[in-house]
Design a protein around this ligand. Structure first.
Ligand SMILES: Cc1cc2nc3c(=O)[nH]c(=O)nc-3n(C[C@H](O)[C@H](O)[C@H](O)COP(=O)(O)O)c2cc1C
Length: 98
């Protein structure tokens, strides 16, 4: 499958989740990659500006769960998933434990 636009969205306070998503992206070899850093203050998980063909969302595991900031971003995104993605785009979710 050839991907034109891939979006890597990650909540990654110490950078490992981002590195893992970048490695996955290398394997996918899309024409273009956009990055959404969810660790930045005020960041939102939202793809309605420019629809990627594939989005990979990565969150780490801290103390047995996704950190509350990341979980809240994910909840808000999932509440609007079908509204934001009427064409049924592909989303992949990765939780890092490395
Ligand atoms: C304080 C702390 C708590 C962690 N708790 C867990 C855990 O409960 N389970 C787990 O599998 N990994 C745990 N980890 C490992 C992290 O999930 C792993 O290092 C992750 O890749 C960090 O992601 P990030 O570099 O993108 O922030 C913990 C790491 C830290 C620093």
């Amino acid at each position: 499958m050839s991907i034109n636009l891939l979006n890597l969205a990650y909540f990654s306070p110490t950078g490992t989740t981002r590195k893992i998503l970048e490695s996955i992206a290398t394997g996918i070899a899309p024409a273009m990659t956009e990055f959404t850093d969810l660790s930045a203050a005020g960041a939102e998980l939202c793809f309605d500006q420019k629809q990627p063909e594939l989005a990979i969302i990565g969150m780490p595991t801290y103390a047995g769960r996704i950190p509350p900031e990341g979980a809240n971003l994910l909840k808000r995104f999932l509440l609007h998933f079908f509204e934001l993605n009427p064409a049924g785009k592909n989303f992949t979710f990765v939780a890092t434990i490395f």
